[in-house]
Design a protein around this ligand. Sequence first.
Ligand SMILES: C[S@@+](CC[C@H](N)C(=O)[O-])C[C@H]1O[C@@H](n2cnc3c(N)ncnc32)[C@H](O)[C@@H]1O
Length: 376
Amino acid sequence: MASVFALSELRRSEAPRSWIDTIIKGDCVAALEALPDKSVDVIFADPPYNLQLAGALHRPDQSLVDAVDDEWDQFASFEVYDAFTRAWLLACRRVLKPTGTIWVIGSYHNIFRVGATMQDLNFWILNDIVWRKTNPMPNFKGRRFQNAHETMIWASPNPKTKGYTFNYDALKASNDDVQMRSDWLFPICNGGERLKGEDGKKVHPTQKPEALLARVIMASSKPGDIILDPFFGTGTTGAVAKRLGRHFVGIEREQEYIDAASARIAAVEPLGKTELTVMTGKKAEARVAFNVLVESGHIKPGQVLHSAKRRHSAIVRADGTLSSGGDAGSIHRLGAKVQGMDACNGWTFWHFEDGETLRPIDELRSIIRNGLAKLD
Ligand SMILES: C[S@@+](CC[C@H](N)C(=O)[O-])C[C@H]1O[C@@H](n2cnc3c(N)ncnc32)[C@H](O)[C@@H]1O
């Protein structure tokens, strides 16, 4: 079982990491108060939608639709809902690391109000994602379009934040080498994944699909990161975070949902290190300058480097520059100069002798990078 904390047991000054991989029982604004500043990497929030349902909803066969009519989704007015939204967003921003990001999911009932409040509070919207449902509920009365999507806002805590995680290359590679778009297609949560009670009824009216959370977490976090969900419900965020080798912290008011989430998360087996390694592109690789090759002895001062077909050659100097026929400069500058060009990638232009063959010095840079990666 995942540990469950009563709010009264948590104090901000307590053992710093005691709240990680736990579910905190209580109101999220009060619970967030007990967490340290700048301590979580990603927040996924699925707040009450404030559906404002006017009476029961029936199908054409007169059966009752299991709509969200729970007390936790009721607010006296838009003003009350907006004040609540402001309070939890501010509490979330305090615990979010400056390099972290927040996702908020909602429907047309609340997402515009939430989005406006986020902008008023100076969150910086990075994307809005449309989750298009492959199997949405019909519009039974036939008086409006079928409501077939929900919207997720992805934002950083303020306009100046830099360095947030976005696993662009992995997303692209997983999408047949095409940039991942902002419209995502997933079914709603049903089948074996949907938690049901002994009476066969759904445990929760708005359980989100794990596939949706998996993409959110894979896109915006790294293994080992902490993912917070202030409206935990059945713990979809916690279950997916654990499977993907991330930590979670959930906040939820209702004991019934906490019990369901806790059992669900306990049954999850995390994936192994190999499966969880995130693919990165050139931009994410450690910067290794040419002089590191010289300092580490992979290239020696006085050694001669050549272009691929030996048309050009240069001597390596002890300071990590190259010289050739009276010219000197960096591997890039001298590579460009000897060819009469404006620019050159010295890593692929210059080669070292390996027995009879010439190999690009980029291969030596890769050896150093691999060594650095093993230290991580
Ligand atoms: C839309 S549901 C989230 C469902 C969840 N994403 C899942 O997959 O199961 C919102 C949840 O927030 C909880 N909740 C509502 N107001 C809350 C509050 N002020 N503090 C903590 N939890 C709250 C509700 O009990 C409900 O379970």
